[in-house]
Design a protein around this ligand. Structure first.
Ligand SMILES: Nc1ncnc2c1ncn2[C@@H]1O[C@H](COP(=O)(O)OP(=O)(O)OP(=O)(O)O)[C@@H](O)[C@H]1O
Ligand SMILES: [Mg+2]
Length: 246
């Protein structure tokens, strides 16, 4: 990393860490100094904010560790046969508990799809995309995870769709950059470090996959947004031949 980009990175990280820390300190100081004057309702509200901000710090630190590991060349990817559906089911289960007012749908156009990938990293990709889909869409709307073969049958395509605030075309590239967050009515409300998609794209490409996005307006202010990732189909014969050639 060049000196300038290192300095930019440190200054962005410090800013990102400072915001939740300031809020945690502020609310705990208020509680300590005014404990007797505060009713139970206010105490609960302040503790809730402290909890939310701590969660924000944890996910920020986890994301930064992922970025550091991705930059270190020695990060290990363990490529194996990964059955796609169990991973998707467990990701959707987890996100469902965090977004109980959203609907989730899983669609598969093939039987027992399997890819050649690192299972934990694949799960991280699906988790980031499904979480974003719920985070940037409206309550009661549906998030769909759709699995199909690509036309040439060499790739398995996973599409994560939502009906939400959408992404304009000029931001299709920006969103995959470090710390990029696009201003929209929901980004101001929901928290995030802007690292999720940067990590996701890096992981996908290291697993010989591709990621793309498409967003189109379906009603006033409501967009259908689709993130598609494609991974090589698990094909032991073909992949053994390729390995021999390397
Ligand atoms: N499904 C989506 N619909 C609309 N905007 C999205 C969607 N997914 C991502 N974005 C936009 O792209 C930005 C970058 O996403 P990214 O996942 O990298 O960061 P984040 O969600 O803000 O934070 P985190 O690091 O916690 O994931 C978001 O802040 C949001 O503006
Ligand atoms: Mg995200």
């Amino acid at each position: 990393m060049s000196e300038q980009s290192y300095e930019d990175f440190i200054s962005t990280v410090s800013h990102e860490l400072r915001t939740p820390l300031t809020s945690i300190r502020g609310f705990s100081q208020t509680m300590l100094s005014s404990w007797d004057k505060l009713d139970d309702e206010s105490k609960k509200k302040f503790l809730k904010i402290i909890e939310e901000q701590s969660n924000r710090l944890i996910s920020l630190v986890e994301n930064m560790l992922s970025v550091t590991k991705l930059h270190a060349q020695h990060e290990k990817f363990v490529f194996k046969k990964v059955d796609v559906m169990p991973v998707i089911n467990s990701v959707v289960q987890i996100i469902k508990t965090q977004y109980p007012n959203h609907k989730f749908e899983i669609v598969s156009h093939i039987n027992n799809p399997a890819i050649l990938a690192d299972k934990d990293k694949f799960q991280q990709v699906m988790m980031n995309l499904t979480e974003n889909a719920a985070k940037y869409s409206f309550e009661n709307s549906t998030v769909t995870v759709d699995c199909s073969y690509c036309e040439n049958c060499e790739f398995i395509s996973l599409k994560v769709k939502d009906e939400g605030v959408g992404i304009s075309k000029e931001n299709y590239e920006t969103i995959f950059k470090k710390f990029a967050r696009i201003d929209n009515p929901l980004t101001r409300k929901v928290q995030g470090s802007g690292l999720g998609l940067y990590i996701t794209k890096n992981i996908v490409e290291k697993m010989h996959g591709v990621i793309s996005v498409n967003s189109r307006e379906i009603a006033g202010g409501k967009f259908e947004t689709e993130f598609e990732v494609k991974f090589p189909v698990y094909n032991p014969e073909k992949q053994a031949v390729e390995k021999c050639r390397q």
